[in-house]
Design a protein around this ligand. Structure first.
Ligand SMILES: NC(=O)c1ccc[n+]([C@@H]2O[C@H](COP(=O)([O-])OP(=O)(O)OC[C@H]3O[C@@H](n4cnc5c(N)ncnc54)[C@H](OP(=O)(O)O)[C@@H]3O)[C@@H](O)[C@H]2O)c1
Length: 342
């Protein structure tokens, strides 16, 4: 049972499979200068959490050793020098780690107000994918209205966010996914067409669908042998934005084709970026994406809500890969902010 100075957390007892996740008691963190302390009501689960649990994605220096990159909850304490937030405010936040816990300290600039009309569970499903997609697709990839986007892994947490945001902002979106059901889900979210990559060649499909023009931007979480295929699927002056390397970090690149198509190759990882860089993404998201969330044009897609103590089960299911969208862990509910998304 938690006391006033302790909290329940899910810790990684040793690198390994989902069974290494343990529910234990730890001391509550205190907010440092520029940080707020959040009482966590719900925590999002992301693929990078699986890599951290397996020991292949260690937390950056200074970050909590606990997993968890996003939460929703209430601010219960302000660190030195924090302006603009009040105790009691309902927020969702991008964490540097430590989100699988009753309380987490987060830099104030990485918090955003819980979108109007959102439950805590819905709020917890937003930060990691929205920060990642916004910074890569729009800030880095400069996707504009009227342009064509190809999203690989369209049914993932990242993919469902990218499809909806790009569609809402006027891009023509194509996606890839691993079965017919996932492809239908992507099309319901706004993809013009989703290619089942196990059955059809996405390069041929995209070129046929765009009169041989290709995509202005490709958001890729696959890597490896997708690099030459992505290059073939890009339009002139296209941008390839790499955010993960599920099929390998090394690949062959035809530099002559890159020059001929004037392609820009970029990418990023979110977690190691500075507090200032994350706060700049948060400001942009608040101005451009929050109105879409609050009007209901874009919603986080939630596959399942599990109790906090079932974090290992959430990891098992995310690893199994049959989902569309996100898994969220529920910690506590209040009358004003119920946990369930309905
Ligand atoms: N760079 C960053 O800052 C950053 C931040 C967050 C996440 N990420 C990365 O983004 C990816 C998605 O994260 P998530 O949390 O949304 O995880 P997730 O829901 O588990 O998504 C992984 C997706 O990869 C898809 N996939 C695997 N092989 C594929 C292939 N050959 N073609 C098309 N899709 C394929 C799977 O789709 P199917 O089942 O349909 O095959 C699945 O939907 C992860 O690799 C994660 O590490 C990067």
């Amino acid at each position: 049972m938690s006391t006033a100075t302790t909290m329940r957390v899910i810790e990684i007892s040793a690198p390994g499979g989902p069974e290494v996740l343990r529910l234990v008691e730890r001391a509550r963190p205190r907010p440092g200068a520029g940080e707020v302390l959040i009482e966590v009501h719900a925590a999002g689960v992301n693929r990078p959490d699986l890599a951290q649990r397996a020991g292949t994605y260690p937390p950056p220096p200074g970050a909590s050793d606990l997993p968890g990159l996003e939460v929703a909850g209430r601010i219960v304490a302000l660190g030195q020098g924090v302006a603009g937030w009040q105790i009691g405010a309902a927020v969702c936040a991008l964490c540097n780690g430590g989100g699988y816990a009753g309380y987490v300290s987060v830099p104030a600039g990485q918090c955003l107000p819980l979108p109007h009309g959102f439950s805590m569970v819905e709020g917890a499903a937003v930060p990691e994918t929205f920060f990642t997609v916004w910074s890569n697709l729009f800030m880095r990839g400069r996707l504009a209205a009227g342009e064509t986007l190809l999203v690989h892994g369209g049914a993932s947490g990242i993919g469902t966010t990218a499809i909806q945001l790009a569609h809402a902002l006027g891009a023509v979106v194509y996606a890839t996914a691993g079965d017919a059901q996932k492809c239908s889900a992507c099309e319901r979210l706004g993809a013009h067409r989703c290619f089942d990559y196990r059955k059809e060649d996405f390069v041929a499909g995209l070129l046929a669908a765009t009169a041989d023009r290709g995509a202005d931007v490709i958001l890729d979480m696959i890597g490896g042998d997708y690099l030459p295929r992505n290059l073939a699927a890009l339009a002139m002056d296209g941008r390839l934005v790499q955010i993960a390397t599920q099929r390998g970090r090394e690949a062959q690149l035809d530099l002559a084709l890159l020059m001929r198509k004037r392609v820009m190759l970029t990418g990023s990882t979110l977690r190691p970026q500075s507090t200032a860089a994350k706060a700049a993404i948060a400001r942009d998201l608040h101005a451009r994406a929050w109105p879409l969330l609050e009007s209901g044009r874009v919603r986080p897609v939630i596959q399942q809500v599990l109790p906090f103590a079932a974090a290992a089960e959430a990891h098992r299911q995310l690893e199994a890969g049959a989902h569309v969208g996100k898994f969220v862990l529920a910690l506590a509910a209040t009358a004003a902010h119920p946990l369930s998304p309905e």
